[in-house]
Design a protein around this ligand. Structure first.
Ligand code: NAD
Length: 298
């Protein structure tokens, strides 16, 4: 592995997780955020992750303490990247914020440093020119709760150098991820390109009153051998997130089916406190949802 020093820019939900996972796998990590107050919060947020590694991964206290000690914190961008082999950007999903950030970063980072964006919905080509080094820039997209949901989608834009792409794939593996290379730009990467149409189709069957959620899930599970159906997945995603996405689609497309679905999610689920797995009830009731019952598939 060529990389030793990794800078993570942005210490929010994903940035803190990326920083801790990277340090946990033995890299030196620098965390950058906009001011000392936010850096103070970052220290707390990252320290809290120790407990998750102890519980979920059965890591030892010594391992998580050592990981934390490999992280340094900065509110000065130039100081945070002096030795960086790779900068992983996890700052807000706002085009102008990212453009401004890459313009500044491109000026202060060493010429050989590679930049990667963790953006979920924006494409790397939107920022490639702002970085001043388009050939050393690409997307490296993680999932929330990175230590358990360990996918890393690595996506080129048309100008990314192949050697840079390969190095970032190796890095993703070195921090314990399942590396998933995308050779072309694709909105939603691979996972959401598959998942979003599936979840939309399932919800349309419900809103058109073709079948109930359990029958739809049962069909998918028996028909494909999948362990979860689309409504069980929606419970994991969270009904609020599903509602926000549907509401945005209703406004954008004016499609009455999306409007009806948004209303249904609100009145039948959100207003009744059924927000999904997190609250113990959504389309199913937890911890013993019907789909886990061996008779469900009969
Ligand atoms: P967040 O709001 O939790 O954190 C953003 C952080 O960026 C904050 O700490 C903020 O202080 C900092 N910040 C703001 N402006 C900055 C700047 N100019 N320079 C440096 N830092 C700055 O956001 P998040 O949920 O961690 O998302 C960050 C990125 O990761 C987004 O691009 C998002 O699409 C992507 N992502 C999020 C998730 C998720 O589940 N939350 C999953 C995958 C990818």
């Amino acid at each position: 592995m060529d990389f030793k020093n990794i800078t993570v820019a942005g210490s929010g939900v994903l940035g803190s997780q990326i920083a801790f996972q990277t340090a946990f796998k033995g890299f030196n990590v620098s965390v950058y955020d906009i001011n000392d107050e936010v850096i103070g919060q970052a220290k707390e947020r990252i320290a809290k992750l120790k407990q998750r590694y102890l519980e979920d991964l059965k890591a030892t206290q010594d391992e998580v303490d050592q990981a934390y000690n490999r992280i340094s914190f900065y509110s000065d961008l130039a100081n945070s990247v002096t030795d960086a082999d790779l900068v992983i950007e996890a700052i807000p999903e706002v085009v102008q914020i990212k453009v401004d950030f890459y313009e500044k970063l491109g000026k202060v980072a060493p010429a050989e440093t590679i930049f990667a964006t963790n953006s979920s919905t924006l494409l790397p080509s939107q920022f490639a020119e702002s970085t001043g080094r388009p050939e050393r820039f690409l997307a490296l997209h993680f999932a929330n709760e990175i230590w358990k949901n360990n996918t890393a989608e690595i996506m080129k834009h048309p100008g990314t150098n192949t050697e840079v792409f390969d190095k970032v794939i190796d890095f993703a593996k070195a921090i314990g991820m399942v590396a998933l290379p995308l050779h072309k730009e694709q909105p939603g990467y691979i996972l959401n390109s598959l998942l979003v149409p599936l979840l939309d189709a399932a919800q349309m069957l419900l809103v058109k009153e073709v079948a109930d959620p359990e029958t739809i899930d049962k069909t998918w599970m028996v028909g494909t051998g999948a362990p979860l159906g689309p409504f069980a997945i929606l419970d994991v995603v969270g009904i609020k997130t599903a509602y926000n996405i549907t509401q945005a689609k209703a406004e954008k497309t004016g499609d009455p089916a999306f409007k009806k679905l948004a209303e249904l999610l609100k009145t039948e689920y959100i207003d009744k406190g059924k927000l999904g797995r997190e609250t113990g009830e959504g389309f199913y009731t937890y911890p013993n949802p019907n789909f886990l019952n061996p008779d469900f598939l009969k």
